[in-house]
Design a binder for this molecule. Structure first.
Ligand code: FES
Length: 167
């Protein structure tokens, strides 16, 4: 009789432990399923290049982020390629060393500062993080470009503008 009770107690405890484990697994699975999926394309975090590949003053386009990476005074920054005027894509002009919008002529320094044209501010930026040896651009968290007059890069054009005139 006593042995039957011990067996019942043991089975009852095993059943309780098993039920607890199943409940814990179900809770974990539910919690895991409810977590937002990481966004890895434009609109989320975009993985790009190793930070050491971006030299001071270099401009590296990251098409998946619709942005340019550059380094100014040692600071790594990601500039949105979308013009702050009406949204045209702003290419970098190698000859002038500036960003020049082909739509209405806005011009920005290599650091994204507003220099000329109808754009209301400098180029917008995205936060960057270095993780596992790569630069991640958070395109879901746009930062408005600086107001006209505040210059991160204050230098003359290197040469002729791509549009054919020197700014
Ligand atoms: S869209 Fe770039 S200047 Fe108008």
């Amino acid at each position: 009789m006593a042995e039957t009770m011990k067996r019942r107690t043991l089975l009852s405890r095993l059943w309780g432990a098993g039920t607890g484990l199943v409940a814990a697994a179900a809770a974990w699975t539910t919690w895991d399923l409810l977590q937002p999926l990481p966004t890895v394309g434009f609109g989320g975090r975009v993985r790009s290049v190793p930070p050491e590949t971006i030299a001071e003053g270099a401009i590296v386009e990251v098409p998946a982020a619709r942005a340019f990476l550059t380094k100014v005074d040692g600071e790594l920054m990601a500039l949105s390629e979308k013009c702050t005027h009406l949204g045209c894509r702003v290419p970098y002009c190698e000859s002038s060393g500036r960003f020049e919008c082909p739509c209405h002529g806005s011009v920005f320094s290599r650091g994204g500062d507003f220099l000329a044209g109808p754009a209301p501010r400098g180029m917008d930026r995205y936060p960057v993080e270095i993780e596992e040896g790569l630069v991640y651009i958070n395109t879901g968290d746009r930062i408005d470009g600086s107001a006209p007059g505040s210059l991160v890069v204050d230098e003359p054009a290197r040469g002729p503008a791509c549009a054919g005139e020197t700014h």
